[in-house]
Write a protein that binds this ligand. Structure first.
Ligand SMILES: [Ca+2]
Ligand SMILES: [Ca+2]
Ligand SMILES: [Ca+2]
Ligand SMILES: [Ca+2]
Length: 350
């Protein structure tokens, strides 16, 4: 439920005193104090070699990670966890999509799924704010993992930072998602950046995340302006591509509508560039949407330098070649061409 997601997100943001920012790396968060926990019985195995088998799905179990060894960690998005972990294994006999939930656990959990081998990550979650009435905050849920016949899947029950405790795990079959494909329309302008990759340094349109700052400069038009771009996560999910589209608004009032549809969870927004990169810490306004979920944002803006911003909304193994389509409406030039000096025209396209 979107409203609940935003409400919890807002509390989370306020509690950690961080505004959602156009930065290309995730914000830190404070650890939580776990409450007193009930006693549970059964148990996952210590590691992949001794993983507790899952005989059939649906499958539910509970247990503890207290007293176990920290064998594994994955970043989604928080790094550096030293939490102990336990492991389950499932050999898929048919192609199946499953939901892996630790929602009802009693500590700040993290859960991830390996296919056949350690590191071959096919799903990961630390905090899922869509968990309904979790006993504590920041429990985990992967709503969809695709498991293919003949492969072995290792479900690792882990924790945030160094957290450990009692967990409740529920694995159920869900309907396989229809693949999300975003096609570039014929009038689409190529963003021109190319895909990111491990070690990538965005010196193309990273906005205030590059030194010097870099942009795609949008030419004003009375027509809808369409960009086809790529985005994703890299460097082991520690960074995301950010795409900044510069607009020099010249009209007294500028009613600008941005729309985006992406093959990934997307954040799109307006950034007021007039304070300069050193002073920009937050969006003027932004929206977040799921993959293949079209969303628009309209603002009436004063003249000045503005950016449209597009990126992944999280740091979650989004492949670098994931497509999106951004449209911009209402970005028209109010500088009469016959009166404009060559310098001011150049300034529009710099
Ligand atoms: Ca661990
Ligand atoms: Ca968590
Ligand atoms: Ca890009
Ligand atoms: Ca970029």
């Amino acid at each position: 439920m979107k409203f609940a997601t935003f409400a919890v997100l807002a509390i989370f943001v306020a509690a950690t005193a961080f505004a959602v920012s156009p930065s290309n790396s995730p914000v830190e968060k404070d650890p939580i104090t776990p409450p007193v926990m009930p006693d549970f019985g059964r148990q996952g195995g210590e590691n992949i070699g001794s993983a507790a088998p899952i005989p059939v799905i649906p499958f539910s179990d509970s247990g503890t990670t207290i007293g176990y060894v920290d064998d594994y960690d994955e970043q989604c998005p928080y790094t550096g966890s030293t939490s102990p972990d336990v492991v389950y294994s499932y050999v898929a006999t048919q192609d199946i999509c499953v939901s892996v939930s630790l929602c009802n656990s009693f500590y700040d959990t993290k859960v991830y799924v390996y296919e056949d081998a350690v590191g071959n990550l096919v799903g990961c979650n630390d905090d899922n704010f869509d968990c309904v009435n979790p006993p504590v905050s920041f429990t985990s849920w992967i709503p969809e993992v695709i498991m293919l016949a003949g492969h072995t899947y290792y479900v690792v029950v882990d924790g945030y930072f160094g957290a450990s405790g009692n967990y409740v795990m529920d694995i159920t079959e869900v309907e396989c998602p229809t693949p999300c494909v975003v096609e570039c329309p014929p009038d689409g302008i190529d963003e021109g950046e190319g895909p990111c990759y491990d070690g990538y340094v965005d010196m193309y349109n990273a906005g205030c995340n590059s030194v010097p700052d870099t942009y795609v400069y949008v030419a004003p038009s009375t027509e809808t302006i369409t960009y086809c771009g790529l985005n994703g996560n890299y460097d082991n999910n520690s960074l995301r591509d950010t795409d900044w589209y510069w607009m020099d608004l010249t009209c007294e009032t500028n009613t600008i509508t941005l729309c985006v549809e992406a093959e990934f969870p997307v954040i799109m927004g307006f950034v007021d560039m007039s304070p300069g990169c050193d002073n920009i810490t937050s969006f003027y306004s932004y929206v977040i949407a799921g993959e293949c979920e079209p969303i628009c944002l309209t603002e009436v803006l004063p003249p000045g330098p503005w950016c449209a911003f597009v990126s992944t909304s999280d740091w979650l193994n989004i492949p670098c070649d994931s497509d999106y389509v951004l449209t911009i409406d209402g970005y028209e030039s109010c500088v009469p061409v016959e009166d404009a000096s060559w310098g001011s025209i150049k300034a529009l396209y710099r």
